[in-house]
Ligand binder design. Structure first.
Ligand code: UDP
Length: 244
């Protein structure tokens, strides 16, 4: 029985990375369609402003805390989670298992050429993995993309269109694609393609990955400036609950 812990309106699965990958593997092997979301504070904030988006997030089969801000908010609210489960680490764990079983992967998202480049590198890194198709993320014809995925017959699709587009797309079109598992993973194709570098492990362990990204992509400052406010909102929420 899995435990979901509510943090600012989003129910997070309280799992370690390893546990989350095991659940993902089971879902990918199952007969039905499921999708995984990896909310960071930005996504949680968007969900707080849109009941429809919040529903899409909470109806995911796996809701993983991607972002140290979510972990801090959980502590503040008295609903601590076991650990941060970054989407990219979840994806890497799943790829390791898929390489062992010959699982079929489709990559959707990012600028033209990036998914192909990411796919090529992943096949080198995970021999045994079957890359069955790719498509860039700047399309207007949803039905055509659904059809392309359907024909490729993937077990797993990494959907990297940015939030909230990727979550809404998975919930709306995922079941029509015939895929078993979709995961909304933001900018990971840019990292897998080698175009964007991830923070060194020491920074990740210190919970400073956001800081590294900011130093390398200063244009993210506007988005990240909202993060401290997220923790202030969590503290206020805690205060409100204590009064009630
Ligand atoms: N993207 C896309 N289609 C769009 C908008 C964005 O494929 O219509 C891609 C974009 O090229 C990038 C990813 O979605 O690869 C979003 O990256 P971002 O850094 O915003 O995501 P994060 O990792 O912060 O969630």
């Amino acid at each position: 029985m899995r435990v979901r812990k509510e943090i600012m309106g989003v129910g997070f699965d309280d799992l370690t990375l390893e546990e989350a990958v095991a659940v993902g593997e089971t879902l990918a092997a199952g007969p039905d369609f499921s999708y995984v979301v990896t909310p960071n504070p930005e996504i949680v904030n968007m969900a707080r402003q849109s009941p429809d988006y919040q529903r899409v997030i909470n109806q995911a089969a796996l809701v993983l805390p991607d972002g140290i801000g979510v972990i801090h908010a959980g502590r503040i609210l008295g609903t601590p989670l076991k650990e941060r489960v970054p989407g990219i680490d979840f994806a890497a764990g799943l790829l390791t298992r898929m390489a062992q079983t010959g699982g079929r992967l489709f990559l959707l998202g990012a600028k033209p050429g990036v998914a192909e480049q990411a796919g090529q590198r992943l096949c080198e890194q995970y021999p045994g993995l079957c890359l069955c198709g790719t498509h860039h993320g700047y399309f207007t014809d949803d039905a055509a993309v659904v059809q392309t995925i359907r024909q490729a017959q993937p077990d797993v699709v990494f959907v990297c269109l940015g939030a909230p587009k990727q979550e809404l797309w998975m919930a709306r079109f995922g079941p029509e694609t015939g895929a078993h598992l979709m995961a909304g993973l933001g900018g990971v194709l840019d990292v897998f393609a080698g175009n964007v570098k991830r923070a060194p492990q020491a920074w990740q362990k210190l919970g400073l990955e956001w800081c590294y990204r900011l130093l390398h992509q200063p244009s993210r400052l506007g988005r990240m400036a909202k993060l401290p406010l997220f923790l202030v909102s969590a503290a206020r929420e805690k205060g409100r609950r204590e009064k009630a």
